[in-house]
Design a binder for this molecule. Structure first.
Ligand code: PHE
Length: 461
């Protein structure tokens, strides 16, 4: 079966950017930046994106384009004589599935918050009422289950419609709306911060401070910055490889990867500008964790002229960003299912949608019926465990696999990788980077990976 290709270069870039841009940018990045003291974390994150994220993205695109297959059968098609690499395929597929087990739930929260904001639910509430509303939502599973099932059903339906008709068309439109929206909201936020005179929010967010980094813990900040750079570019589990397989050979991969990374980074930085100064302007704590967006922003919008409108737009934007990533990951899982069982698109879509809706239940129940399960002690829940498995284990380990696979002879090998990455027009990946990619990159990933785990389990975190 010939692989479908996308109809335009713009489509490919927006589609992979649609996968990259998601809850990672607008929900995870602002609260992690807040927790890790802003400034220096943001700087480190940018450095990791450039020195690690970009090359790994090129490697993942290249392996995907050369194989023309999803992660499960990618290695056996490129290097049939090296069966051990198939383990990476299984780990990647597992990564996609575990990611979706909490991602669809948080995407559902965005939908719920969109409806609540648009309908004026938050308007009469004071800050404690807003916080109570979030806790109340967590405690009652029915609404969350409905929203999560809707997310799964719509994403599966879009994938079932087919790549070009469904995925490309929908994601392209969503991405353009999203970019316009975030620009408007960021401008509004800068205006808010400046109006209050001292721009404390922007300074926290953009000015590096060793003091704040020490407070958050050096090892934690470094490890979180690296892990989040993989998370935000969707690296390590084959989610990007699938888009590589849809890119034609007329362009080099360095150029495409730079575009995707730049778009993704732009959205993250803008999302930070939207969220963090707004917290300062209204006296909320930017370091409070995953609830940041949900328990503070409704207050912000309540106090703002036309806040209900801006709030509804914001959560609409968050919902779109989340949906494009869910659709992209569903596409990967679907492609694996179609490859493995020779299923038709609609059949695979229905099966994957239904399976993921069931698998997402533990995350929701973790806030109510199963709240006694505390994987990391007081205050932690199923979501924390799932996020940890994906963000701190599978993504960095999977990215390390892609690096070794693309640069070492026991994998696919540097010359094959370079030839694939550089075929087509556009900027080329310099061959002189071999030593850096084959030796320095793996060492950085291993060092930071170990540092992060030691910090978490060694009593430091
Ligand atoms: N990059 C996506 C985001 O920022 C999340 C993601 C991670 C998607 C890994 C696919 C694979 O939200």
């Amino acid at each position: 079966m010939g692989r479908e290709h996308l109809s335009s270069r713009f489509g490919v870039i927006l589609l992979s950017a649609g996968c990259a841009v998601g809850l990672g940018n607008v929900w995870r990045f602002p609260y992690i930046a807040g927790k890790n003291g802003g400034g220096l974390f943001v700087l480190l994150y940018l450095v990791f994106l450039a020195i690690l994220g970009l090359p790994v993205l090129i490697m993942e695109f290249a392996a995907g384009r050369a194989a023309g297959r999803p992660i499960l059968s990618l290695h056996s098609s490129l290097t049939p004589g090296k069966p051990a690499w198939r383990l990476h395929g299984f780990a990647g597929l597992a990564g996609n599935v575990v990611l979706m087990m909490f991602y669809t739930v948080v995407a559902g929260w965005m939908l719920i918050y969109f409806v609540r904001t648009a309908s004026g639910f938050f308007s009469p509430l004071d800050p404690s009422g807003v916080a109570a509303a979030f806790a109340g939502m967590l405690a009652s599973p029915a609404e969350q289950i409905a929203a999560m099932v809707l997310v799964c059903a719509v994403s599966a339906a879009v994938c079932a419609m087919g790549l070009r008709r469904g995925v490309e068309r929908v994601v392209k439109r969503l991405m353009v709306c999203l970019l316009l929206l975030i620009a408007v909201l960021a401008a509004n936020s800068i205006w808010l911060d400046a109006r209050d005179g001292d721009a404390a929010g922007l300074r926290f967010y953009l000015v590096p401070s060793l003091e704040r980094m020490r407070e958050a813990g050096f090892a934690t900040v470094v490890a979180e910055a690296m892990n989040h750079s993989f998370f935000t570019l969707s690296l390590g589990i084959g989610a990007m490889a699938i888009f590589g397989s849809y890119i034609g050979r007329s362009r080099t991969l360095l150029g495409e990867a730079m575009n995707v990374a730049a778009l993704d980074t732009l959205v993250s930085i803008a999302a930070g500008i939207v969220v963090i100064p707004a917290c300062f302007a209204y006296g909320a704590n930017p370091g409070q964790g995953p609830g940041l967006v949900f328990s503070t922003l409704p207050n912000v919008f309540n106090d703002m002229p036309y806040g209900r409108f801006w709030g509804a737009l914001f959560f609409a934007f968050m919902s779109c960003a989340a949906m494009t990533s869910v659709i992209a990951v569903f596409e990967t899982i679907l492609a694996c299912a179609m490859d493995a069982f020779s299923w038709s698109r609609p059949k695979a879509g229905a099966a994957v949608g239904a399976a993921l809706a069931v698998l997402s239940l533990p995350c929701i129940l973790g806030f109510s019926a199963w709240s006694g399960f505390r994987p990391f002690g007081e205050g932690s829940c199923v979501l924390d465990l799932e996020d940890f498995v994906v963000s701190n284990l599978l993504l960095p380990a999977g990215s390390l696999c892609f690096i070794l696979y693309a640069t070492r002879r026991f994998g696919w090998g540097w010359s094959n990788f370079l030839a694939e990455a550089n075929s087509g027009a556009g900027p080329k990946m310099p061959g002189a980077l071999r030593w850096y990619c084959a030796v320095v990159l793996p060492l950085i990933v291993i060092a930071v990976f170990v540092l992060g785990l030691a910090d978490r389990f060694g009593g430091g975190g």
